[in-house]
Design a binder for this molecule. Sequence first.
Ligand code: MLT
Length: 271
Amino acid sequence: MPFARVNGTMLYYREAGEGDLAVFLHGFPLDHSIWLDQLHGLAHVRHCIAPDLRGFGRSDPILEPALSMEVVADDIAALIEALGATEADIIALSMGGYAALALYELRPSMVRTLTLVDTRATPDSVEARAARDALADQLLAGGKTDFASQMFPTLLGPHPSRPTRARLRSMIEGTRYETLVAALEGMKERPDRSVLLPQIAVPTLVVVGEHDALTPPSQARAMAEAIPGARTSVIPGAGHLSPLERPDEVNSALIELLEGRKVVWWREDAE
Ligand code: MLT
């Protein structure tokens, strides 16, 4: 199983394909497996790597009380170097997007293209910070099963399939308590990176689920408008986890960015 030792910790990653490197950063409270459909669908265009971020999934446990987005960014820079590359296409979901923006701020030359999926550049409001504290307390009191049930409506669109719900529950319930608490703390402390957006000078795609309740399309469009030349792709039917909920549509948007060609998917259940 592939592991890389970076910055004093061991990161697990799953890989597929060959060629130029593309690194997929998962969100909270997830792991690399949120990207399995992208690894499968993009292996013919890139060497795809989906790590379990520090403390998540099969990566080493963490001791830090807060997992800062800058530490995650530093791990990703070290992982890219450990894989023998100097740059990568970065595809990042929600919390992964917070880390991707930190990576761009710290090491812009390592980012060949940037795909920001269901994420934002703005920091937590005072209310959002308090809500994270309450969520951490509820998690420790009630356990991961209740925590997962509570998160489902905010993470998923209106008609999630049973396999989608099953995969999400496995990810949430498979994440260590200390990681969940540390990541909530780290996200709470993240700075405003809106000022970075006009400085982004690589091809950028903003992907957002039509029904994303956490980072809605209006917010995604505003973020894209602040990034020179960025495009927005709104994924019909998806909520906050569009790569899991509508993988074909997300893959075609990614192929269009990475390969510069359009892919049309036909879905039996398309309206
Ligand atoms: C995520 O999907 O990573 C989280 O919803 C991000 C957040 O809680 O801000």
